[in-house]
Design a protein around this ligand. Sequence first.
Ligand SMILES: Cc1cc2nc3c(=O)[nH]c(=O)nc-3n(C[C@H](O)[C@H](O)[C@H](O)COP(=O)(O)OP(=O)(O)OC[C@H]3O[C@@H](n4cnc5c(N)ncnc54)[C@H](O)[C@@H]3O)c2cc1C
Length: 386
Amino acid sequence: MNSSQIKHFDYIFTGTGLASLMTVYKMILSDKFRDKSILLLDHDSKKINDRTWCFWEKEESIWNSIISKKWDSALFANENFKRDLALKPYQYNQIKGLDFYNFVFEEVSKHRNITFLNEKVTDINELETHVFIGTEQSIYTCNYLFNSIYTKTFALSQTKYPVLQQHFIGWFVKSDVDVFDPKQATFMDFSVDQKGNTRFIYVLPTSKTEALIEYTLFSENLLPKEEYENEIQKYLEKLGVLHYEILEKEQGSIPMTCYPFWKKNTKRVLNIGTAGGWTKASTGYTFKNSDRKSSELVDFLQHEDPKMAVFHKKNRFWFYDLLLLDILHRHNELGSAIFSSLFRKGNPALIFKFLDEETNLIEDLQVILKCPKLPFIKALFRVIFK
Ligand SMILES: Cc1cc2nc3c(=O)[nH]c(=O)nc-3n(C[C@H](O)[C@H](O)[C@H](O)COP(=O)(O)OP(=O)(O)OC[C@H]3O[C@@H](n4cnc5c(N)ncnc54)[C@H](O)[C@@H]3O)c2cc1C
């Protein structure tokens, strides 16, 4: 292929999942990118429901029309106590992956300056004046690249920042008896055997007979598939569900790490989504962060000659996450005690605000001081003197 045959774009997105689609959708809404050519590349056609996103929110947002379920209340439990958490002024919202993909692609299809190609990216090469992208089928160039293809080895090949995974398997089940409370989600039920880890059940009921049930760990190593599934079966039995149909399954392994992914950003390449460190390190939640960061990015791109390498700013919440991950990495069995202390008496709305990184210093302390002190003091010394 000679250089005149290579197609050039202003912006290319390698990977067209959550972070890319949020960014592109907001570029469209801003109406400031009509004259820019944009290419979206993904080896997946984004036509299946490969995940369900949940996030908390106070006000209605641009995603409101695709929210499939909202909860005003959540349950936190361990082997000794249960607490109903009134979430007001927040609501816990659910969006099905496929609804999100369809919603954004429908808008994208109305804009001739945006092209989606179903191609696997095999190579990214940055030069002084542009970036080369190789796929299994072709070669493209662009002025700026947004990459959301996650490279595991970046975080795993270092030891400075612990890397845990939020890993889970979920079954969307339909039971033959009324057993779920569709008004209440179960955030974390630590009453399951911890086996030296941080293990809990997460339940998203959509009717009295239907719910997504996930067996989840915050830990370093994945389990054999049967172990997650046996635990889901045991939990269903405990709830009294003996006959049920599995309607859908989902699974995930989301990196939980303070590894500074943004240091890989360069003059023309910006890593976004999980690949760019947009996943909240202490929880694995990414939807809300991506919503915020994609808005910031679309504003940032409107600056004259944006410098991708300076897009990210580290804040004190990064440091709090680092402390928690340091503890869970060394003492994975402490997760239940830490989250239980936080949720036993903590104000749920304040915890959400803290996780959204919107609290002030006094509010930070109100949340942090609910956690067991000794492990955090030890982690503080370890992190400072490392
Ligand atoms: C099952 C599941 C449930 C989750 N639930 C929640 C939740 O409830 N709340 C929450 O906040 N977060 C949740 N997450 C975490 C996070 O929100 C998602 O992982 C989110 O999709 C991350 O967005 P992203 O844009 O970084 O990556 P993705 O959405 O995964 O997008 C990356 C894209 O890159 C593509 N790709 C990869 N390699 C190539 C290649 N070589 N060439 C071309 N394309 C490529 C992939 O096909 C994909 O479309 C969940 C994750 C999973 C897996």
